[in-house]
Design a protein around this ligand. Structure first.
Ligand code: ADP
Length: 434
């Protein structure tokens, strides 16, 4: 049986992560866009990063006496401040541009003949000397910072809402995937009764319909195969009885015994098959009764005359609620296998209580025979499964014993576990609840 794949990273989780990444990236990109395209470079960048002749160019373009219309167009275009300071003209685009006196007062600005980038109260200015006096260029004015914050906030809200809308839309589109996977899992477990109901007319709806169709086809095929098997098994019973009867008239003892062995084997197989089927269909009900498992086990062991079986029990008597006849079949089959597949080596049967849970009863059947490879352990409970057909050929059997064992134990809700190593032997451990 294939090991079950577990979901490590669900697509819904991936979807959530994708949307979160989308929201963060979109916010960052839009934030940068607003910051640099709409609001302009940060304060101070203009005077430091502007091309060296830009200030000179601006001053030249405005001319003297200053063309204030042109000056204002630079002011708006570049978001800067301009102040003309000559004996004749005292003009300033903004009130807060410091005059040459204030700037000189800072002490740094001494050589009034040069063009000069100049830091005043933490803001960079540029002073351009013209023949008539000075032009002071101030850095870009901080635009209304509340507007800027609002714009960023609006972008975050819009992008987040879009992200959420995207998430819910994708969730709606892919929602049926979960239903589909649950439905397919049920089919894998052998439940062919429930339909996958997806009321959608897209590809997922179509997929659900195809799976439903496939399911009913498979279920029909299995039913046909089952009923063929059961019918044939039933029909074989009468000829077998007739052979048995006729065999009583065979005088040659050797031939008589040969026929008897073969007929007995066939009968065993047919009743095993029919019993497994009834158990599977739930036709067989458990006849639960408080039973002493120690006594029952001893009783079953006593029927294996000549086999080397060592029995050990922690309890003299251990009463549990089981169907005695069915658990007898389980013990018989497990012991039969242990003896068959260990070629006469000793078999150990032990009854004990679970250490941490006094209520539980453990029954172990251990042999020192062929053992079972790890990959085969799950498969041996399947009907008609025999590990190595050539290895087990000389050992009689049809691979039905353990499948019946499993069905009976499942009905009892008894857990069966196997520890085995090839060529070392096998331990079957049954854990009874009470
Ligand atoms: P069978 O009638 O072949 O014994 P079972 O259903 O009882 O059918 O067992 C299925 C297969 O599991 C066997 O054919 C055998 O290969 C393997 N098996 C069962 N019990 C043991 C065991 N105690 N040791 C080794 N192999 C075992």
């Amino acid at each position: 049986m294939q090991t079950k794949r577990r979901i490590k990273f669900s697509i819904f989780l991936k979807l959530v992560l994708l949307i979160i990444v989308f929201i963060i990236v979109a916010n960052l990109l839009l934030g940068f866009f607003i910051r640099f395209s709409l609001i302009g470079p940060p304060i101070g960048q203009f005077n430091k990063k502007a091309p060296p002749h830009l200030h000179e160019f601006i001053v030249r373009e405005i001319g003297y006496p200053p063309d204030t219309v042109k000056a204002m167009s630079f002011v708006h275009e570049l978001n800067i401040g301009i102040r003309f300071e000559t004996p004749e003209v005292q003009w300033s685009s903004n009130e807060d541009i410091p005059g040459i006196k204030e700037l000189s007062g800072e002490g740094e600005f001494r050589n009034k003949d040069e063009r000069h980038p100049f830091d005043y109260k933490g803001r960079p200015y540029f002073i351009e000397k013209i023949p008539q006096g000075f032009v002071i260029l101030s850095p870009p004015m901080p635009r209304d910072s509340i507007d800027y914050q609002r714009a960023i906030l609006a972008v975050i809200v819009i992008v987040s809402v879009l992200g959420l809308l995207l998430y819910f839309s994708l969730r709606w589109i892919f929602g049926p995937v979960k239903k589909l996977s649950e439905g397919v899992e049920k089919i894998g477990e052998g439940n062919f009764d429930d339909e996958i109901k997806i009321d959608r007319s897209d590809e997922l709806g179509l997929l659900a319909d195809s799976i439903n169709k496939m399911k009913s086809n498979i279920s029909g095929m299995i039913k046909a195969k089952e009923s063929l098997l059961i019918d044939v098994s039933h029909e074989l019973r009468s000829p077998l009885t007739r052979i048995k009867l006729a065999n009583e008239f065979v005088d040659d003892l050797e031939i008589h015994n040969m026929i008897k062995t073969d007929v007995d084997e066939m009968e065993k197989m047919i009743s095993g098959l029919l019993e497994t089927y009834r158990m599977e269909k739930g036709e067989e009900k458990l006849n639960l009764d408080i039973t002493d498992i120690v006594d029952l086990t001893k009783n079953v062991i006593s029927k294996f005359n000549g086999a080397k079986i060592i029995f050990e029990s922690e309890f003299k008597e251990r009463k549990i609620n089981i169907d005695r006849a069915k658990i007898e079949i389980v013990l018989r089959n497990l012991l039969d296998n242990a003896i068959k597949y260990s070629e006469g080596k000793q078999v150990e049967v032990k009854i004990s209580g679970e250490k941490n849970n006094g209520d539980k009863t453990l029954l172990s059947i251990r042999d020192y025979g062929n053992g079972i490879a790890a990959g085969e352990i799950e498969k041996i409970f399947e009907p008609f499964y025999r590990i190595d057909k050539s290895r087990d050929k000389k050992i009689s059997g049809y691979g039905l014993g353990l499948s019946l064992v499993k069905k009976i134990l499942d009905l009892h809700k008894v857990v069966i576990s196997i520890q085995s190593e090839p060529a070392q032997g096998t331990r079957f451990l049954l854990t009874f609840k009470s």
